[in-house]
Design a protein around this ligand. Structure first.
Ligand code: PMV
Length: 347
């Protein structure tokens, strides 16, 4: 159900407008990708996307209002944030302050358990946790839809990490702008029982940010429009496959959508290439598993790491096959995880 209401953003006296709010959120992996914005300022995408929130790699973020209206203090994994990361968090907090009417500066501390910047969606868990912690600390009373819209402004994929399990992020209507673009949960048949085997082949930061890479793909890739059109059809097929619990179909659709996105990137000028030789080694092991009868399907984001969708019962075997193929890979098994939530809610 889509609700195109404006956000309710009235400060509510019962909330912790003077205290600290702590929120935890998990990353998500898109089965239908978000790649390309039609509005960079509002973070409105060209296409709908659909993801699974993971039960590993949580981010925990606290926001404390401090005296005065100077610069916000931001600590990421124990070190002061700087550069683009600091700028993005401050811009996000400015948005929250504008809505709340409270001018006080914030002290933010965020601890991330996934390798940052390696295409493992740490920006999704990071901005989903920051959205809830900041909204609570500044006394905004947001429902899940409004929270998803707010998280979207920090990082598009964060709109989906507001929700647990599977979530679809609506690109929104051309005239509806901000209000019409938010994520919501997607019902999935229980029998699907999926796992994502995450093969980290390189945990270093990416050379090109997803923001810059998206812009370049949209502006210069002759394949972008055709990928975006086929992605819409993929979403319809994927939703139907999720509803009937058809893991093979879910995997096939997710894999073709990801390859299409990377093909569009490779056709950009100059090419955006995130995939490495180790990526292809893991992809070969996925193909082998499939030939041997195991339902296993790959998806990759803005980095060389591979996430393999399979049945939960097969996850151990899939992880072993990936490890055997690519000795340097760190392999993690994830299931569907929870949506964003506050810790110490009564503080
Ligand atoms: O939210 P961003 O700007 O980090 O973009 C993420 C884009 C992909 O991870 C590549 C795809 C997706 O839908 O998550």
């Amino acid at each position: 159900m889509r609700t195109d209401r404006p956000d309710t953003a009235t400060p509510s006296p019962g909330r912790s407008t003077t205290g600290t709010a702590v929120a935890v959120a998990h990353p998500n992996v898109a089965l239908i990708k978000y790649w390309g914005k039609r509005d960079e300022q509002l973070v409105l995408p060209w296409t709908d996307s659909l993801s699974m929130t993971l039960d590993i790699f949580p981010t925990t973020t606290s926001v404390r209002l401090a005296a005065g209206d100077g610069d916000d203090t931001v600590t990421l994994d124990g070190a002061p944030a700087e550069g683009e990361a600091l700028r993005r968090v401050r811009a996000f907090l400015a948005l929250v302050r504008d809505r709340s009417g409270i001018r006080r500066r914030a002290v933010v501390e965020s601890v991330n358990t996934a390798p940052t910047g390696a295409g493992l969606a740490s920006s999704a868990s990071g901005f989903a946790a920051l959205a809830l912690a900041a909204a609570t600390a500044y006394g905004l009373d947001l429902d899940a839809t409004a929270l998803s819209r707010l998280a979207r402004r920090g990082s598009g994929s964060a709109a989906r990490s507001v929700f647990g399990g599977f979530a679809v992020w609506h690109a929104g209507t051309a005239t509806g702008t901000d209000e019409s673009s938010y994520a919501e949960p997607v019902p999935v048949r229980k029998e699907l029982d999926p796992a994502l085997v995450v093969a980290v082949v390189d945990a270093g930061p990416k050379a090109v940010s997803s923001r810059a890479a998206m812009r370049r793909t949209v502006d210069t890739s002759p394949l972008y429009r055709s990928w975006a059109a086929s992605s819409g059809a993929d979403l319809v097929d994927l939703r139907a496959a999720l509803a009937r619990g058809d893991l093979e179909a879910v995997g096939e659709i997710a894999e073709r959508n990801a390859f299409g996105m990377h093909a569009a990137m490779l056709a950009a000028r100059p090419a955006v290439r995130y995939l490495s030789p180790a990526t292809f080694t893991v992809l070969d092991s996925v193909l082998r598993l499939r030939r041997e009868g195991t339902a296993a399907f790959a998806t990759m984001d803005a980095g060389p790491n591979v996430k393999v969708l399979c049945r939960r019962a097969d996850a151990g075997r899939v992880a072993e096959a990936v490890r055997a193929a690519e000795a340097g890979a760190q392999v993690h098994i994830a299931g569907p995880g929870p949506g964003v939530r506050l810790l110490d809610e009564d503080r």
